[in-house]
Design a protein around this ligand. Structure first.
Ligand code: GUN
Length: 287
């Protein structure tokens, strides 16, 4: 038996369609145009691609996009001054500071300077605390996208055994909080976990977010499990650069019940959820 392929690209397209329809209603009915400001410091090529895609998709859904590109040697004071201006700008409902920041800038300080109500990444300490205590929060986009795919595929997640591989603040930890909120039994596994294969084999839901190409092979997976692969790793194969996940798709697809491919799985969900979070922030700002 071969696993069902979870089509994140198609799901993200439908989500963007719903976001665009919501934006039209807000514009026509309330004169409200949701706006997203994206701040990029420096010239990291991967970040430039992400920021360009975010701006493009923001405009395609009818929202206002504000791009702020700052030189790599921008001072912390200048970046904080920009964030203060964006916090105060009525046309800006969401603020995203692209990570990683250059090493001389304190990312925690910068993220925590964003108005939590405009923190569409869900990285501000207030949103982290709200999510952790089950209160209404801005939820980080990648884990939110994973949860949407899981709910769409499985319906109720209640009582299922979930294993999240990876403990990052951006994906692993908020993913675990979201799954706990769905009444899963949740384990976070990481580089120091002993018998990690056996821990993964317990999982009805296995979320891989470690950033190590094809680390999780078919023999780590419980037959019939739902596998969500967050990894986007560039590797060279047969002289060509390819994108692969944290899961070895070729061996996993014969064991899992369902699996997200790379590319075309979780990746497209992240920006779609960012757009959805921006609309949510705009609605909350206008009561
Ligand atoms: N860099 C990689 N992923 C992300 C993300 O989700 N948000 C931000 N701000 N930066 C990132």
């Amino acid at each position: 038996m071969s696993a069902t392929i979870i089509d994140g690209k198609a799901f993200a397209e439908r989500l963007r369609g719903r976001v665009a329809a919501h934006v039209t209603r807000l514009k026509d009915g309330h004169g409200l145009t949701p706006g997203l400001a994206v701040v990029l410091v420096g010239e990291d090529p991967a970040s430039q691609v992400y920021v360009r895609n975010k701006g493009k998709q923001t405009q395609e859904t009818g929202m206002a996009s504000f791009e702020h590109k700052l030189p790599a040697d921008t001072t912390e004071a200048d970046l904080l001054a920009l964030i203060a201006r964006l916090n105060a700008a009525p046309a800006v409902h969401g603020i995203l500071v692209q990570l990683p920041l250059p090493a001389h800038l304190n990312a925690e300080l910068v993220i925590n300077a964003i108005d939590p109500a405009k923190d569409v990444d869900g990285f501000h300490i207030s949103n982290v605390g709200l999510l952790g205590t089950g209160q209404k929060a801005m939820v980080p986009c990648t884990p939110l996208g994973c949860l949407m795919l899981l709910r769409d595929h499985l319906g109720s997640l209640s009582g299922l055994e979930a294993v999240v591989v990876g403990r990052s603040n951006i994906v692993g930890k908020p993913m675990a909080q979201l799954l706990l909120g769905e009444s899963c039994t949740v384990t976070i596994a990481h580089s120091r976990t002993r018998t990690i294969e056996a821990v993964c084999r317990r999982a009805d839901i296995l979320v891989a977010a470690v950033g190590r190409p094809e680390m999780i092979t078919g023999d780590w997976i419980k037959p019939g499990a739902t596998v969500i692969d967050v990894g986007i790793n560039r590797v060279e194969r047969d002289g060509k650069m390819r994108l692969v996940g944290d899961v070895d798709f070729a061996s996993a697809v014969g064991v899992a019940g369902a699996i997200t491919p790379v590319p075309g799985g979780v990746g497209p969900m992240t920006i779609a959820c960012l757009l959805a979070n921006t609309v949510t922030a705009a609605c909350r700002a206008h009561g």
